[in-house]
Design a protein around this ligand. Structure first.
Ligand SMILES: C=C(OP(=O)(O)O)C(=O)O
Ligand SMILES: [Mg+2]
Length: 577
């Protein structure tokens, strides 16, 4: 009998493959007194040899799909397994204390890791502590005869089943073999969900129970369109889903024909469908999707993927690459949004009770202005290579925007001493993601050049529901009339002052929301590159007047998100394809 597990649909598509459980096995053991010292020492050597052989194999596989940096980690681990000092200490403990290999390995490696972690002024050595722990875990798994999961060693089609998937996990994945992902944790706007969409891997998140209900090697169907996974499906179910997957692939092929088509409504009104990116490496997908602009460059990834604050030149190069690659089309670059769920290991921030309500984004930038000024200089310099727009995240008050603008003006004037007109064309905008700013949009609109509505956070803060917590994910309601009112107010306020209203939260790529946003006259829709062509296709089937009438009716009549969805669907049947 098959079993169905439900979660949150996070990335479109259907995958059928065996489950790959990304969960560490139980590596607990008992301390034992041994009598055969030689046999125990041999066990250690065997486990180190087996670990080395395993790492060599993983490295070979990884070479084919990953960058040099990722592969170098495996070399470092292999080198550690032949460290004479570490091996001697383990042998000595076995000889002197007559303990089992597991105990000696754990004692010695824990000691090594602690010594490294204590080297506070040597970051490189500090980071090696994690490598020692990793290597020890691998050797221990061999001693206990258990297998560790390893993403980089995957070389046949699988569906990843994990508690949570981190950015470093995704950097080890070979997209070719990953047919889907299902996690226990996360909501639709958690960063692992956003990553799965960027990688175009079908995904279901927030299932709560996937890792406990699915075993390694189970046959799985993953339906990222409807947010379900079927464990041990019947042949009939497999056939059914193979048909659905074919249908979805055919639909994708149809959408792909729109790569060079304009983003217009059925009645010929032009809009912009833009891409959200995290690094310049995402630009390939942006071009494949035929994006009209980059509507959100989340620069915090430049800070997160690095061991230290990125220099002005490193940032300049990243911004220039993206600006040039868009060939004159707009590129909205958001200043760093660190804090909340995006910590920086090398920038210690105070422990907070409520990190999402704490010291983050523009609050850090205005407080630590050297970091902010470096970023602004890099952005102003890069603006010579394309149409760069600068956007400030997490603006709550007009004062914050004015302060940020003042710093920008000072840096621009400094740079203009050498290059008189540099930065003069840069438009300055803000994210509307804090309810106070949304409510006060009519006043903000007088001073900013554009808004971009960040619905991921705007919903989180409006409904007081953590965006990554699946226990409260029922409150993530893009179609709730309260939110729709707020969004309409923001769009109307921008237009009253002749300013651009964009949206870069996930709602911009939500098929259910598009007719309403079009009806409200939203100018720019910025989303994961993988959603662009589908949205363009949908937009081309909608008429703005009809959508505006639906918005009026929804706002006059509906009290719940479900009522909104039902009303929109009933009005659209016959309007769209
Ligand atoms: C786009 C947004 O920003 P992020 O997801 O990076 O917080 C948002 O909050 O909607
Ligand atoms: Mg946000």
């Amino acid at each position: 009998m098959s079993k169905t597990i439900s979660g949150i649909a996070a990335s479109d598509g259907i995958g059928i493959a065996k489950a790959y459980l990304l969960v560490d096995p139980d590596l607990s053991f008992e301390k034992q007194t041994i009598s055969d010292v030689d046999a125990e020492i041999k066990r250690i050597h065997d486990s180190f040899n087996a670990s080395t052989a395993e790492l060599q194999k993983i490295k070979e596989n990884a070479k084919a799909s990953l960058g040099d940096e990722e592969v170098a980690v495996f070399d470092a681990h292999i080198a550690m397994l032949s460290d004479p000092d570490m091996i001697k200490q383990i042998e000595d403990e076995i000889k002197n204390d007559k303990v089992n290999a597991e105990q000696a390995l754990t004692d010695v490696t824990t000691n090594f890791a602690e010594t490294l972690a204590a080297m506070k002024d040597n970051k490189y050595m500090q980071e090696r502590a994690a490598d020692v722990k990793d290597v020890a875990k691998r050797a221990l798994s061999h001693l206990l005869g258990k297998e560790l999961p390893n993403l980089a060693s995957i070389n046949s089609p699988v569906i990843i089943v994990a508690h949570e998937i981190t950015p470093s996990d995704t950097s080890q994945m070979n997209k070719k073999y990953i047919k889907g992902m299902i996690t226990d944790m996360g909501g639709r706007t958690s960063h692992s969900a956003i990553m799965s969409r960027t990688l175009e891997i079908p995904a279901v998140v927030g299932s709560e129970t996937a890792t406990s209900e699915i075993s390694n090697g189970d046959q799985l169907i993953l339906d990222g369109l409807n947010g379900v996974a079927i464990v041990a499906p019947s042949q009939e179910e497999v056939n059914d889903y193979e048909q659905k997957a074919k249908h979805f692939a055919a639909q994708r092929a149809e959408w792909a024909k729109l790569v060079d088509a304009p983003s217009v409504s059925k009645d010929g009104k032009e809009f912009e469908i833009a891409a959200n990116i995290g690094t310049p490496a995402d630009m390939d997908d942006v071009h494949k999707a035929g994006a009209d602009a980059v509507g959100l460059f989340r620069t915090e990834f430049l800070y997160m993927d690095s061991d230290a604050l990125p220099t002005e030149d490193q940032q300049f190069n990243a911004y220039k690459t993206v600006a040039e690659s868009m060939n004159g089309k707009p590129v909205v670059i958001r200043t760093m949004d660190i804090g909340g769920d995006k910590p920086l290991p090398y920038l210690p921030l105070p422990e907070e009770m409520n990190p999402f309500l704490g010291y983050r984004a523009i609050r850090i930038s205005l407080d630590r202005q050297n970091i902010f000024r470096t970023q602004l200089r890099a952005l102003i310099r890069a603006s010579k290579y394309g149409q760069i727009r600068i956007m400030f995240p997490m603006i709550a008050t007009l004062d914050e925007f004015r302060k940020a603008k003042k710093v920008f003006m000072e840096e621009k004037q400094n740079l203009q001493k050498d290059d008189p007109k540099i930065g003069d064309d840069i438009k300055l905008g803000i994210m509307i993601e804090i309810p106070a700013a949304a409510i006060f949009a009519d006043q903000f609109a007088k001073e900013v050049d554009f808004f971009s509505i960040g619905t991921n956070d705007l919903i989180q803060y409006s409904f007081a529901a953590d965006r990554g917590n699946d226990a409260v994910s029922y409150l993530y309601q893009p179609l709730n009339p309260a939110l729709l009112r707020l969004i309409k107010h923001v769009i109307d306020s921008a237009h009253a002052e002749g300013k651009i209203a964009a949206m870069c939260g996930e709602m911009a790529g939500d098929q259910r929301a598009l007719p309403l946003l079009l009806g409200m006259g939203l100018d720019e829709y910025s989303m994961s590159a993988s959603s662009i062509l589908r949205s363009r296709s949908q937009m081309r089937g909608l008429t703005t007047d009809e959508c505006a009438a639906i918005v009026d009716e929804v706002l006059a009549k509906c009290q719940t998100a479900d009522e909104v969805e039902t009303l929109v669907n009933s009005r659209l049947s016959g309007v769209t394809q």
